[in-house]
Design a protein around this ligand. Structure first.
Ligand code: DGT
Ligand code: CA
Ligand code: CA
Ligand code: ZN
Length: 585
């Protein structure tokens, strides 16, 4: 039982409890624990075997009850509590709940009132028009749900990278530990860090390929073996995504890795360059002459060998989409892409003052441990009653801006060695005004404006909304600009070039939100922002001390061709201060 499998079980519990309308705090606890496990570097199984449920219960976010459930999973491979829940809730309802605009409450409602058990039932119900007559739904919201069902379908079976990656890494660890392989590595779209993944591709070298196949096909993750040969296998994993494994000869590992990393379009382009040089390049190696196998094989143990042989510098996997990278490589003008170590700051994170679950001091200390030299604490200032945090013209201590500023400064004073800006993530209202008053905004060092409601505006309205917000002198950054949720909510309809132009004119940063459900801006828009002179800010949007990892964001930035110079929080603290002052003037 791997961490990924345990996390999956906990997520399932959270979803099923939500559909049954159980206590939100209980649900959140399962989600938190799952998220924690997905990033936990040690095997939970080992922790449990070494120290029992007591050792598990000492981990952050895992109490006694969860520790026992994890113990049961490890011991028996199943969990009675989850099985009981699954019996009581129809399978298809989890897909229904995932449709934007549905959520747990509405899912429960259509299940109880209209016996909806899956997406098809929901679609039929929506078409029947019966839902629009129900109080609290309305024609508009039902139309939105109809549209969301389509979006949901369009994403098909592709998994968001944040779900696929932990599974692939768990497979990798199993293969490594089997000691049957000399090398194992991730290839395909996962190695290119695409935001969604069609299937997992793994590549290995081994002296015993057949034993590797046997081991791989027998892993507990595997639901069904689709195809199996002496050196390759294709399986369906229990989580509902397929995985391909190939074993190749070490002499051609570089060629095979290049081939199976793709993209297909990139491969084809590189192959035409090879042909022009009288070479043939394929998954089996690089050969002299135009017929593979007949010509003499050229050494290609590493990918560098492959690129060198065809006269190209190494092209990082994130760039391999055939969107100009091969041409630039031919001219030796590839960009020096952003690296994780370039990020000095993090300018979007929440504490328990709003919807985070760490205190201000804990969040600041955690950011420091994550290697940041400065941060902005940006609790929500939201018009929505259900979102805690800063409230405009608030008489009470709690939501008051002045009190917030004092609290942040007090917390910052307790943690040395990290600079803290007092910021806020302020709702951009439907008409483009910011939720806080000018006098309140002036008290803050750093203001992010984000859209958190009224998503379905016309392109003209939505664009005006952002342009007007950007005209406010206090605004320095737009948070998660498209508002999309991968596999879930669609985007604001925006005239992006108009947004980029205004951002460039007013020197306002656009965020690349590193959380894998958002990854917003996407890669194409990062590139567009760069070409229009807009600074991008790669932020964690952490709501918990464990959430400072921005790996997905860094790779997305690299897919968008961004360099250190394009990224605001790659500036060292002194330069960032200059930038902030310049904007104020
Ligand atoms: P995915 O799985 O849809 O997220 O995307 P990929 O890129 O992982 O695609 P996949 O798994 O079908 O194939 C893995 C790599 O194998 C792909 O990126 C390039 C290579 N490949 C697959 N089929 C072909 C092909 O017909 N021609 C060439 N040149 N390469 C191919
Ligand atoms: Ca793939
Ligand atoms: Ca594949
Ligand atoms: Zn936020």
């Amino acid at each position: 039982m791997t961490n990924a499998e345990i996390a999956l079980a906990l997520r399932s519990i959270a979803e099923l409890l939500a559909i049954r309308g159980e206590n939100p705090f209980r649900i959140r606890a399962y989600e938190r624990a799952a998220m924690f496990l997905e990033g936990f570097p040690q095997d939970l199984e080992d922790v449990y075997h070494a120290g029992g449920t007591n050792a598990l219960a000492e981990l952050p976010g895992i109490g006694k009850d969860l520790a026992e459930k994890i113990g049961e999973l490890v011991d028996t491979g199943k969990l009675q509590f989850l099985r009981d829940l699954e019996q009581r809730v129809p399978k298809g309802l989890r897909a229904v709940m995932a449709v934007e605009g549905m959520g747990p409450k509405r899912t429960q409602f259509v299940w109880e009132e209209f016996q909806v058990r899956n997406l098809r039932d929901l679609e039929r119900l929506v078409r029947s028009g019966r839902l629009s007559r129900v109080r609290g739904w309305g024609t508009q919201s039902v139309q939105n749900i109809a549209r969301a069902i389509e979006t949901h379908r369009a994403f098909g079976k592709r998994l968001p990278i944040g779900k696929a990656r932990p599974i692939a890494e768990a497979l990798l660890r199993h293969l490594e530990r089997s000691q049957l392989c000399d090398t194992v590595t991730i290839a395909g779209s996962l190695r290119r860090w695409k935001e969604t993944i069609g299937d997992i591709d793994l590549l290995a070298t081994s002296a015993h390929p057949e034993r590797v196949m046997e081991f791989f096909c027998g892993l507990p993750f595997v639901a069904r073996v689709i195809a199996r040969g002496p050196t390759k296998a294709n399986v369906l994993l229990r989580v509902g995504i397929e995985a391909d494994l190939r074993v190749v000869d070490p002499d051609v590992f570089g060629a095979a890795l290049h081939y199976f990393t793709g993209s297909k379009a990139h491969n084809i382009h590189v192959r035409t360059i090879a042909v022009a040089k009288g070479l043939t390049i394929s998954e089996y190696g690089v050969f002299r002459g135009t017929k593979a196998h007949k010509g003499k094989r050229i050494a290609c143990r590493t990918e560098e060998d492959v690129f060198r042989t065809v006269g190209l510098p190494y092209i990082p996997p994130e760039l391999r989409e055939d969107i100009g990278e091969v041409e630039l490589a031919e001219q030796h003008r590839l960009p020096a892409l952003l690296e994780a170590a370039d990020l000095h700051g993090d300018l979007h994170l929440h504490s328990d003052f709003s919807d985070g679950s760490g205190s201000m001091e804990e969040m600041i200390a955690a950011a420091k441990r994550a290697g940041r030299s400065y941060i902005a604490l940006t609790d929500h200032a939201s018009v929505m009653g259900m979102v805690r945090g800063l409230k405009t013209r608030s008489p009470q201590q709690r939501g008051n801006v002045a009190a917030y500023v004092r609290r942040v400064r007090a917390a910052a004073a307790k943690v040395s060695g990290i600079q803290v800006l007092v910021g806020a993530e302020v709702d951009i209202l439907p008409d483009g005004r910011l939720y806080l008053s000018d006098a309140e905004l002036r008290q803050l060092d750093w203001v992010i404006g984000s859209v958190h409601q009224s998503f379905k505006q016309t392109p003209a309205q939505a664009t005006q909304r952002l342009l007007r917000a950007m005209d406010h002198p206090a605004l320095r950054c737009i948070g998660h600009p498209s508002t999309r949720l991968i596999g879930g909510r669609g985007e604001l309809a925006l005239d992006w070039d108009a947004v980029f132009r205004r951002a460039a004119e007013r020197d306002i940063a656009l965020e690349l939100n590193a959380s894998w459900v958002r990854l917003d801006l996407d890669d194409v828009r990062c590139r567009r922002a760069q070409s229009m002179g807009v600074r991008v800010c790669v932020n964690s949007d952490a709501h918990h001390p464990q959430e400072f990892d921005v790996t997905y964001g860094v790779h997305q930035a690299r897919r968008g061709w961004l360099t250190r110079a394009d990224v605001l929080n790659a500036l060292p603290w002194s330069k960032l201060q200059q930038w902030l002052r310049r904007g104020r003037a």
